[in-house]
Design a protein around this ligand. Structure first.
Ligand SMILES: Cc1cc2nc3c(=O)[nH]c(=O)nc-3n(C[C@H](O)[C@H](O)[C@H](O)COP(=O)(O)OP(=O)(O)OC[C@H]3O[C@@H](n4cnc5c(N)ncnc54)[C@H](O)[C@@H]3O)c2cc1C
Length: 447
């Protein structure tokens, strides 16, 4: 097939957002009786799932302290539920298991889930929490837990399988995916800032609209679009803060314990809900009994037949460099700099053992292959979904994005002219206006 000279819609990035935007855009064009072939192209400098979407743990949850995030996730969960098999999605539910410092926040989340009709139960008190958890795992032994939020919806999906299924779906709808094509810049219309062409390492493609879903590379596209790398924020106390960095990176630490995933099953033999624990109980090494931390820590895990073991992660850490200096390529496990550390492995396996007896003394089974990846975060760690220069759309999910399978659908509708109320709280202007999302007591930048 020839290199295209012009298409209506150029989507940059063959990750979850690029793919789902193309999916809905193509369906909408078909519904209008318009042709799709030759009008939508996805460009990726590497390949399908080459970025964060290819390494994501795949957890899908609603548990967010921020009401706007919860509404958005409820919409996305409906899309996951619409085709579990086709999307390689396991609707096993999700457990937020917390210490006292987080009980009120999680109680608020529960109350608001009830208000939006999202199915969950909330258990409070140390004894009731232990009893509830032992009803799922008879070897549950975590101390200091005083609440359990059990989301009956959500679960996890198998990232690369989902991504290839989405690629197949969009190609059948008539979308062209071109890999090995690197976007290097944008050409503007004479006399306006609208983008009239995308410059690539293989040539120029004229277009009517550009949609960017570039995951950890969003920093580069922000620059290509001439958007500011320092911004003004009206803070929570109403003070204006000038010169705040637009982007920063965090390292996501994840790994696999190479045990038969069947060992992670629940008492009744079913695949259990994804477990997420946040606690301030002292954490001791499962190797030598030494104290690892007596500060707040958090982990999540699930038996995962796709990863071939017990897979999960812990709270991320900030990359201690200005965003401009962070080397994003090569990405993920191929990175010489940003992969999960030996300290992570020790902490995470010890934390598994802290929670369930079956994981005691299993450090030797940790899979020592490189894993994890970096994410690019906004100043308040929540997404920016917005349109710039008349015809350029940026999907910057601030690393919340695997679960957000519905965002591309909402973006597609906005691109076709219908503003989406669910996306409104995520506009770029919120920083200067002070419309920031509330902050929780979680140890994560994304809850
Ligand atoms: C270790 C890890 C675990 C995670 N776990 C979860 C989880 O369990 N649940 C959850 O909800 N989220 C999770 N996330 C976050 C989630 O993976 C991301 O938010 C999401 O995948 C981002 O999707 P995307 O489509 O924006 O970008 P990506 O999937 O990163 O795709 C961007 C694409 O853009 C391409 N690209 C970059 N530059 C160019 C260029 N110049 N020209 C052309 N193409 C270009 C890249 O090759 C890449 O394929 C995790 C992230 C990490 C790193």
């Amino acid at each position: 097939m020839a290199f295209p000279e012009h298409v209506d819609y150029v989507i940059v990035g063959a990750g979850i957002h690029g793919m789902t935007t193309a999916w809905k855009l193509a369906e909408r064009l078909q519904e209008r009786g318009e042709k799709v072939e030759g009008r939508i192209i996805i460009l990726d400098k590497a390949g399908v799932a080459a970025g964060a979407s290819g390494v994501a743990c795949g957890v899908v949850r609603n548990n967010y302290f921020q009401p706007a995030m919860r509404r958005l996730m409820a919409h996305s969960v409906e899309i996951w539920e619409s085709d579990p098999k086709g999307l390689s999605y396991h609707p096993v539910g999700y457990l937020q298991i917390s210490c006292e410092a987080m009980r009120d926040d999680v109680g608020t989340i529960f109350a608001q889930q009830q208000a939006i009709g999202y199915d969950s139960v909330f258990i409070e008190g140390a004894n009731a929490s232990t009893k509830y958890m032992r009803g799922i795992f008879e070897d549950w032994q975590a101390q200091g837990i005083t609440s359990v939020l059990h989301e009956k919806r959500g679960g996890y999906s198998n990232q690369t399988r989902t991504m290839y299924a989405l690629a197949d779906k969009v190609e059948k709808l008539g979308v062209r995916i071109m890999t090995g094509v690197e976007v290097t810049g944008f050409e503007s219309e004479n006399g306006s800032s609208a983008i009239r062409a995308v410059e690539t390492n293989k040539g120029r493609i004229g277009c009517e609209r550009v949609i960017i879903g570039a995951g950890p590379w969003v920093r580069d596209f922000w620059k290509m679009l001439g958007l500011p790398d320092k911004i003004t924020i009206k803070d929570y106390d109403g003070e204006l803060r000038h010169g705040v960095d637009m982007w920063r990176y965090w390292q996501l630490e994840e790994g696999v314990l190479l045990l038969d995933p069947d060992l992670g099953r629940a008492n009744d033999g079913s695949i259990p809900p994804v477990v997420h624990v946040d606690t301030d109980a002292p954490l001791y090494s499962t190797v030598d009994g030494s104290l690892i931390t007596d500060e707040m820590w958090g982990i999540y895990y699930k038996p995962d037949w796709h990863f071939g073991g017990i897979q999960g992660g812990a709270a991320p850490y900030k990359v201690d460099k200005p965003a401009d200096e962070v080397q994003v390529d090569p990405y993920g496990p191929a990175s010489p700099e940003f992969v999960a550390s030996p300290e992570f492995a020790h902490m995470w396996v010890s934390a598994l053992a802290h929670c369930q007896k079956r994981y005691e003394g299993q450090m030797g089974k940790y899979h020592h292959e490189p894993s994890g990846g970096i994410g690019c975060f906004t100043p308040d760690s929540f997404p920016v979904f917005d349109h710039f220069h008349e015809n350029a759309t940026v999907i910057a999910d601030s690393n919340h994005g695997w679960k957000m399978i519905g965002v591309g659908h909402l973006i597609a509708d906005e691109v076709l002219g219908t503003t989406q109320e669910l996306l409104e709280p995520f506009r770029f202007a919120r920083f200067e206006k002070g419309d920031l999302h509330p902050v929780s007591n979680s140890p994560y930048p994304w809850s």
